[in-house]
Design a protein around this ligand. Structure first.
Ligand SMILES: Cc1cc2nc3c(=O)[nH]c(=O)nc-3n(C[C@H](O)[C@H](O)[C@H](O)COP(=O)(O)O)c2cc1C
Length: 287
């Protein structure tokens, strides 16, 4: 009997020839001059083109969204050209590839930020977390809160990045809303203490996610878009008083957007899959 793993799977209008999906994995190999992906990225991803689907390493939508040394971006012309080499190499081998759209929020360091500015976050609360910079591991820098008036600019950054992904030839995009980065910081009440329309109630904490998804799904058909959450992970010093309620609300937003798939980190990022007693991944998936 043929193993199910090697049978096709329908994802919107795409047929994945098998059910092996390559997880997004940061490699820190972008050209330091402009955070540009280049020939080694094309080789690396083309080597993995027999997967049903590849999700790329997390890729910053804007210089402000960068949190680690030598991660690639999708905000400059050189980056689009670099990623085009990657998508062409994967397609030439018969593969499919989605780009993971990333903004790290407070998980950054001033040495990685434009003009040495403080990183941005929903609220000015520093994470007890580390990143890696030119000199090695370093504590992340204290962030400043995004002004309400800056949200349209942030949405514009997501819009441009998604257009760039399409121009670079990606088959779709995955929105990174996991692992304690910006969108996760907005979702959870441990990091989101805002008093404007983006903080407080679940409707407010999931608003930025919904607005970003609305922007992205105007560029890619919703079935070519996925979203990633890590409801029960504390990675990057993230916490929530009621993750079941928070992520049921977040998943409801993803459902409203009609997305192609939901991607969950089931346990602690890169560690145990043991869950707290109140956690029920199956219930969340069924939402
Ligand atoms: C070195 C490394 C880099 C990673 N980079 C990303 C990333 O860019 N985006 C993402 O969503 N997850 C990233 N992850 C998380 C993995 O995709 C995966 O969810 C995690 O390793 C848990 O799976 P595992 O328990 O099988 O290792 C990374 C993990 C590791 C170890």
């Amino acid at each position: 009997m043929q193993a199910k793993l090697f049978t096709p799977l329908t994802l919107g209008d795409l047929t994945l020839p098998n059910r092996v999906v390559m997880a997004p994995l940061t490699r820190n190999r972008a050209n330091p001059d402009g955070d540009v992906p280049y020939a080694i990225h094309a080789e690396y991803y083309a080597q993995r083109a027999s997967a049903g689907l590849i999700i790329t390493e997390a890729t910053q939508i804007t210089p402000e969204g960068k949190g680690y040394i030598q991660t690639p971006g999708i905000h400059s012309g050189a980056q689009v050209a670099g990623w085009r080499q990657v998508t062409q190499a994967v397609h030439a081998k018969g593969g499919r590839i989605f780009l993971q759209l990333w903004h790290v929020g407070r998980i950054s360091h001033v040495s990685l930020q434009p003009d040495g500015q403080a990183p941005v976050a929903p609220s000015p609360i520093a994470a007890e977390a580390q990143t890696f910079v030119a000199s090695g591991f370093a504590d992340v820098s204290p962030p400043r809160a995004l002004e309400t008036a800056e949200i349209p600019r942030l949405l514009e950054d997501y819009r441009k990045a998604t257009e760039n992904a399409r121009a670079a030839g990606f088959d779709g995009v995955e929105l990174h809303a996991a692992n304690g980065y910006l969108l996760d910081q907005f979702l959870r009440d441990g990091t989101n203490k805002r008093t404007d329309a983006y903080g407080g109630s679940l409707e407010n904490r999931t608003r930025l996610l919904a607005e970003v998804l609305a922007v992205i799904t105007k560029i890619y058909p919703p079935k070519r878009v996925g979203v990633r959450f890590s409801p029960f992970s504390g990675f990057n010093d993230i916490a929530d008083s009621d993750p079941m309620a928070t992520f049921a609300a977040a998943i409801a937003r993803a459902n409203e957007a009609g997305l192609g798939y939901l991607h969950l980190v089931e346990g602690e990022m890169g560690q145990s899959r043991d869950l707290p007693p109140e956690a029920d991944i199956a219930k969340l998936r069924a939402a």
